[in-house]
Design a protein around this ligand. Structure first.
Ligand SMILES: Cc1cc2nc3c(=O)[nH]c(=O)nc-3n(C[C@H](O)[C@H](O)[C@H](O)COP(=O)(O)O)c2cc1C
Length: 200
């Protein structure tokens, strides 16, 4: 099993990335930082430059945030509300709301994920942490915010400044500090034929 120590050859930005679970509940994200994060998402590559992503953003204390956090799964309720912002992500699945509308793009989900990944990189540059999550009521959130039927609510992203573990719930800190592991590269990087490790 690969551990975090094996990230030694990565840039600091990549090595330090992790899904933050203890956020600073006093940190407020500026409008310019938020705009910069969405700029990174905006300039992500996508199939045919289709840009099939959409985002709904709420900052802690505002109405969108308050309406969204009601739909969190039990496991995510303990940490998401402390983040400075939450972003609901959606990808476009059809060209319009009509029942017979054409499928929008076979790669919409891929493209949305990539745009969020680049948003996360920009967050790292700003010294912010993000944590993507799927544990919330997707259909309830779509209804809550009038998401049209040709858009599919996909994930959400908590964004904020990493908090001080001394101020956080010890159970949360324990989950936050659990060792992070990955499958070895031989399990997913192949050469010659599928399943033959590339030996990197
Ligand atoms: C699509 C997606 C859904 C996720 N859903 C949740 C979630 O509901 N709750 C949670 O705590 N983490 C969630 N995560 C975070 C993953 O558990 C985390 O990325 C993974 O354990 C690897 O940890 P790392 O990001 O710190 O490397 C999700 C991540 C992704 C990309």
């Amino acid at each position: 099993m690969n551990t975090v120590d094996e990230q030694a050859d990565l840039s600091d930005l990549q090595r330090n990335r992790r899904s933050v679970r203890v956020f600073d509940p006093r940190h407020e994200i500026s409008e310019s930082d938020l705009a910069r994060l969405f700029r990174a998402a905006q300039w992500a590559p996508s199939a045919g430059n289709s840009q099939p992503w959409g985002f709904l953003v709420g900052r802690r204390g505002d109405e969108t945030h308050a309406r969204f956090v009601q739909h969190l799964s039990r496991g995510n309720r303990s940490w998401v509300p402390s983040a400075s912002a939450v972003v609901i992500t959606a990808h476009q699945i059809a060209s319009g709301p009509e029942d017979d509308a054409m499928v929008f793009s076979d790669y919409a989900l891929y493209d949305l994920g990539q745009s969020v990944a680049l948003l996360g990189v920009e967050a790292g540059v700003l010294g912010l942490g993000i944590h993507q999550f799927a544990g919330f009521g997707h259909e309830a959130v779509a209804a809550e915010f009038d998401v049209p039927p040709h858009w599919r609510v996909t994930t959400a992203v908590a964004i904020g400044a990493p908090g001080d573990p001394a101020d956080a719930d010890p159970l949360l800190v324990e989950r936050d500090q659990r060792p992070r592991t990955r499958k070895p590269m031989a399990d997913f990087v192949f050469a010659g034929s599928w399943g033959t490790p590339a030996g990197l």
